[in-house]
Design a binder for this molecule. Structure first.
Ligand code: C2E
Ligand code: CA
Ligand code: CA
Length: 625
């Protein structure tokens, strides 16, 4: 080193070189330093930005519990003052400040301090959930640091919690009505079933709307949805707090009734709910009516697990529907078998419709005054390959429940009209129309088409409807009836006396004819009240210019009596059973000779009339009228 200095000192020009080298070194060192400083500053500012833009609140404390660092989010999260919450502030002061500003209660403040101490002492990450007085939920996570301090993050999970709660709600509730759904009701049933005490019962009332599909089809889904909500409200209004109503989707609802002392109690609830739901609705200016059929199962009698009880209530509802709707039924074990039976029948009926397995028979209706066949009623016959003849009274309701009646009804109309078009004179055909066929508006078009294709004049078509059609009480049905009548089609009130027999129905539409139900005719010769009723109907009908047909006339005594009571027509085995289309034509052709002609023909008719088909052993009837 000394040698080097001597070497430089010996020559002044070497000094200059040395000075230049030193200056260069210093400049390079300075540049490196400045660069490092800038980088440090940049890094710090990046860190600052990152910390202050975190979605979580962040605090860092040193070993002595003084704040080293905290971000803006932390201050905002708890609504604190940046004047207080700054580096150096003790954790004690911070807790005090939070109590002052309302994000921590005094009691929580104590727990908070204990908890923090424990977290630091345990030397591991610890989280806890804090519920703020304003309803927000914050997750606080503390991580101890090697030097004895700790870092805490504060995460506001209120929105996530709400979303989770909403998802949980949706999983257990029906979005349309807000009612519990099937899952929730089953859970509730589990709980309640475990609680049922000896001698107490629990009931499931299952129901759906009798006409919902047609309301949906006719008025649109928006109206349908509103109706469902209104039904849900009304049904809920009938319940006690301990009962639960759930919507199972579509138009199906179930009620869980608890704390029942007598097995008959659910009947009272069923009646209340029905009464409430059946009141008229005004939805978007539409006057709507609906009714419900209710099935009831009872625990422990009908089952002790939710699925079994629901299934049994469902079966009971199915049974209620097949007994005329707008009613309720308690489950009975025999229903299981009946439902199976009906399902098989439905399948077989579908097959029969598809494979031409059905036939129309015709039963003459006789004008008593003129002794003439004025019309024949078309009656459906089904000869099942294994069961033999199945009564329409058995399979028509199945066709109605399953919607098959729509296709079937159209087939009947076409067939009956084309048969009648080939009948002599102006003999009319009477076709039974189910109330379900009025539910969609295509009936009028189907009638027009059947008349056009067959060439039958409209006045030779009679449509037989029951009171059930008018009980629907909606304007579409009445409008369809009026349009049919304007076409020239005759409208007949069938089975009068079996439904509500309300005379107001007779006044609500200008019927051409009333058919008095067989149940009155059966007793007419023996019972005074039956004849009084028949007389009342015939006099009302004659004042309204309507024809009256006595149905099911089987004896000469009945015939004499109905004549005396003023009936204008008769239909029944006494004159003729329903018969095939071919025999009907033969009978009509032979009738040129009046009753006597028919009598001559009856033995021949006997070959193919329905007694062969149904196996009835009724003797061939003779008229002596
Ligand atoms: P309904 O419209 O009252 O038909 C008259 C029923 O009485 C027929 O029963 C007929 O065979 C029966 N009958 C006629 N005279 C006598 C008698 O003197 N004594 C007795 N005991 N019965 C008599 P059926 O054919 O079994 O039909 C039963 C019901 O099924 C019908 O009652 C009707 O409501 C329905 N139905 C039959 N065919 C059709 C159809 O094509 N369409 C619709 N929608 N329903 C039909
Ligand atoms: Ca009829
Ligand atoms: Ca009838």
């Amino acid at each position: 080193m000394l040698q080097s200095l001597a070497y430089v000192a010996n020559d002044p020009s070497r000094w200059l070189v040395l000075v230049v080298i030193v200056v260069c070194c210093l400049a390079i060192a300075g540049l490196i330093g400045a660069f490092a400083y800038r980088r440090q500053r940049e890094q710090n500012s990046c860190l600052d930005t990152a910390i202050n833009n975190m979605s979580q609140g962040l605090t860092m404390f040193d070993k002595s519990g003084r704040l080293v660092l905290c971000n803006q989010r932390y201050i905002e999260l708890y609504g604190l003052s940046p004047e207080v919450v700054r580096p150096g502030c003790t954790v004690g002061r911070l807790v005090e400040h939070r109590v002052e500003t309302g994000s921590l209660s005094v009691k929580e403040a104590e727990a908070y301090t204990d908890y923090r101490r424990a977290a630091v002492a345990q030397d591991r990450i610890v989280s806890n959930i804090a519920e703020l007085p304003d309803g927000r939920t914050i997750v606080v996570t503390r991580r101890p640091m090697k030097d004895g301090g700790w870092v805490a993050t504060h995460d506001d999970i209120t929105a996530r919690r709400q979303a989770e709660a909403q998802v949980a709600h949706l999983a257990h509730h029906d979005a349309l009505t807000g009612l519990p759904n099937r899952v929730r009701l089953r859970e509730q049933m589990d709980t309640e079933l475990a609680r049922v005490r000896r001698g107490q019962y629990l009931a499931v009332l299952f129901f759906d709307l009798d006409d919902f599909k047609s309301i949906n089809d006719g008025h649109g889904h928006a109206v349908g949805d509103k109706l469902l909500r209104a039904v849900a409200d009304r049904a809920q209004g009938c319940l006690r707090e301990t009962d639960t109503i759930a919507r199972f989707g579509g138009d199906e609802f179930a009620i869980l009734q608890t704390g029942i002392d007598r097995p008959s109690d659910p009947a009272a609830l069923a009646a209340r709910v029905r009464e409430a739901v059946a009141q008229p609705y005004d939805i978007d200016g539409h006057q709507l009516f609906t009714d419900i059929s209710i099935g009831i199962s009872l625990a422990p009698n009908d089952g002790t697990d939710p699925d079994q009880l629901l299934k049994h209530a469902d079966l009971a509802m199915y049974e209620a529907k097949s007994h005329g709707r707008g009613t309720f039924r308690f489950f009975e074990p025999a229903m299981n078998a009946r439902v199976k039976e009906r399902r098989t029948l439905e399948l077989d009926l579908r097959n029969a419709i598809a494979n031409d397995g059905l036939e129309l028979y015709y039963q003459p209706i006789l004008d008593l005054e003129r002794d003439e066949i004025r019309s024949c009623e078309a009656l459906l016959r089904w000869h099942h390959p294994e069961r033999g003849p199945v009564s329409p009274a058995e399979f028509i309701p199945v066709a109605e429940e399953t919607g098959l009646i729509s296709v079937l009804g159209e087939w009947i109309l076409n067939k009956a009209c084309s048969a009648a078009a080939s009948w002599p004179g102006d003999v009319s055909v009477a076709v039974n129309v189910s109330s379900i066929q009025f539910k969609n508006q295509s009936l009028l078009l189907k009638v027009i088409k059947a008349l056009a294709v067959s060439g039958l004049s409209a006045r030779r078509l009679h449509l037989e409807i029951t009171e059930g059609v008018l009980m629907r009480d909606d304007e579409t049905t009445l409008a369809t009836l009026h349009q049919l009548r304007e076409l020239g089609v005759r409208i007949v009130m069938d089975d009068f006396g079996t439904g509500y027999s309300s005379l107001t129905y007779l006044r609500s539409f200008p019927f051409d004819k009333i058919k008095i139900d067989r149940s009155f005719i059966k007793d007419v010769s023996e019972m005074d009240d039956a004849s009084a009723i028949v007389r009342a109907i015939t006099s009302l009908a004659s004042s309204l210019n309507m024809t009256t047909t006595a149905e099911g006339v089987e004896t000469q005594e009945q015939l004499a009596k109905i004549r005396e009571l003023g009936c204008t027509e008769m239909q029944g085995y006494l004159f003729s059973h329903p018969m095939t289309a071919e025999d009907t034509i033969r009978l009509l052709l032979s009738r040129a000779g009046g009753v006597a002609g028919a009598e001559r023909l009856l033995p021949r008719i006997g070959r193919t009339d329905e007694r062969e088909m149904t196996g009835t052993s009724a003797p061939a009837a003779r008229m002596h009228g």
